[in-house]
Design a protein around this ligand. Structure first.
Ligand SMILES: Cc1cc2nc3c(=O)[nH]c(=O)nc-3n(C[C@H](O)[C@H](O)[C@H](O)COP(=O)(O)OP(=O)(O)OC[C@H]3O[C@@H](n4cnc5c(N)ncnc54)[C@H](O)[C@@H]3O)c2cc1C
Length: 442
């Protein structure tokens, strides 16, 4: 037994759980926050190479309208810096290389933006034409458009289905995409660097913000290496880890929604909740980093930002940190391309990444000093990248059940967020919303 009953036990010390715990502690409640790992921050994790180069293995960017994340960074005196962007981006569409997206690509993105405005982010299943949008995929919608060449439509599919949900356009529910776009304040906000979700980075990585949040709670509250295994609930709750038992009046479950079914609930969760959670599909993206003595692409006038209609890598970005002479080029692979890379050996993988980017960055690309990869799908406490989503007809069938509070059990995490779903900001806001709901019940 941990000790006498807490007011609230929060499970999972990512941004959602940390925010819920802080909001409850601020209201004067006795909170304990259980984290299975020996670190906090969940899907954000920063590693330093032996030469000191900062590599953000997980989430890294902040952008305008993500006010709570900027406020947290400011509260703890953690500085942000603009994402490197020293030259021209490249849009590689079939064999063409352009500095700006062609008009057809912009028009298709604009159409998606317009459709997303009609979605109710709090209840996407209740939006106009929701059943229709949830019955078709992004790929189906793109194929029916009278705009653009097949390569241009493929690029749009990769930018939206890949760049936002890390899978193929043929896997993405159109309602799921429109909800995601609405919750992230539109296509431009989501895709852009300047003025968009990729605008700023964090010195020390966003994990530094998570660590500061944990420090503000203290080690009495944040308990590392406490993996919740079993949850007993009726009017109150008891959470069992491998070594301790934590009784409380209310619970905030802030672990990735798609791995909740791995816990043993007694009594079992309502069957509709179980089905909703099991219907979530984790993303399968890969984030890979090539490190060089210098950011050599800048000499050729390139920004390092590139988008590709085909090939292993869908997009790249210059991930060099100011003050570090080393250049970091980070690439993202999604859907079948991410699966194909996983089938290669560790020595074949960097070669395949380099080959796919040679047409844009040239032979110097072969001269990397480090290749850093981290597969979030192999992490048992995450099992996906970036976040989880419903497939077709998921929001219609299971959306309300996913969001519902279950007696003393409250749900937090980016997967439940109605604003900036899939992002740190959504995780923080969902944690704060869960804390408000808990406070009402207490
Ligand atoms: C490669 C990658 C790139 C991304 N890029 C960005 C980006 O640039 N900007 C952005 O805003 N977002 C980005 N994201 C998404 C962002 O990281 C997530 O939305 C956010 O971190 C989710 O926070 P969370 O608190 O909901 O979940 P998590 O961060 O997953 O936290 C859940 C916590 O629960 C713990 N846990 C799991 N099971 C148990 C258990 N049984 N008992 C106790 N603890 C448990 C985990 O260890 C973890 O600490 C990215 C994600 C990835 C993977």
């Amino acid at each position: 037994m941990s000790r006498s009953q807490h007011d609230v036990v929060v499970v999972g010390a990512g941004f959602a759980g940390l925010s819920a715990a802080r909001a409850l502690a601020r209201r004067g409640y006795d909170v304990v926050l259980l984290e299975a790992r020996d670190r906090v921050g969940g899907r954000t994790h920063t590693r330093y190479l032996s030469n000191g180069t900062q590599i953000d293995l997980g989430g890294q960017w902040l952008g305008p309208t993500q006010e709570t994340m900027y406020a947290l960074a400011a509260e703890f005196g953690i500085a942000t810096f603009p994402t490197a962007s020293h030259g021209s981006p490249v849009y590689r569409i079939g064999d063409r290389q352009l500095e700006e997206p062609p008009a057809a690509v912009d028009r298709l993105l604009q159409r998606v933006d317009n459709l997303a405005r009609d979605i109710d982010p709090d209840r996407p299943w209740a939006s106009a034409n929701a059943a229709y949008w949830d019955s078709i995929t992004l790929r189906g919608w793109l194929d029916a458009q009278d705009v653009g060449t097949p390569d241009e439509r493929a690029l749009v599919g990769r930018m939206l289905a890949g760049g936002l949900q890390t899978v193929e356009a043929a896997e993405v529910s159109m309602l799921g995409l429109l909800f995601y776009v609405r919750s992230g304040n539109g296509v431009e906000r989501l895709l852009n660097m300047r003025g968009g979700a990729q605008q700023d980075r964090v010195f020390g990585g966003p994990q530094a913000i998570a660590q500061a949040m944990a420090d503000s709670l203290g080690s009495e509250v944040v308990r590392h290496n406490q993996r919740a295994r079993r949850v007993e609930w009726d009017t109150g709750v008891t959470v069992h880890t491998d070594t301790h038992t934590f009784p409380a009046r209310q619970l905030v479950m802030a672990i990735p929604a798609h791995i909740v079914p791995e816990l043993d609930f007694s009594p079992p969760l309502p069957v509709t909740k179980q089905i909703a959670l099991r219907s979530l599909l984790p993303g399968i993206g890969l984030k890979l980093h090539l490190v060089y003595p210098t950011p050599f692409w800048r000499e050729a006038g390139l920004s390092g930002q590139s988008n590709h209609s085909t090939g292993s890598i869908t997009e790249t970005v210059d991930n060099t940190v100011p003050g570090d002479e080393h250049g970091v080029l980070t690439g993202f692979a999604y859907g079948v391309d991410a699966l194909a890379l996983r089938r290669l050996s560790p020595t074949q993988r960097p070669q395949a990444v380099v080959e796919s980017l040679l047409p844009v960055f040239g032979q110097q690309l072969r001269e990397f000093t480090d290749f850093v990869e981290f597969d979030w799908s192999t992490e048992s406490l995450t099992q996906g990248c970036f976040s989880a989503r419903f497939g077709t007809h998921g929001w219609m069938s299971h959306g309300a059940d996913l969001m519902a509070v279950t007696g003393p059990l409250h749900w937090a995490g980016t997967e439940y967020a109605t604003v900036w779903n899939g992002y740190f900001e959504g995780a923080v806001r969902s944690g704060e919303a869960a804390a408000r709901a808990v406070a009402e019940q207490l």
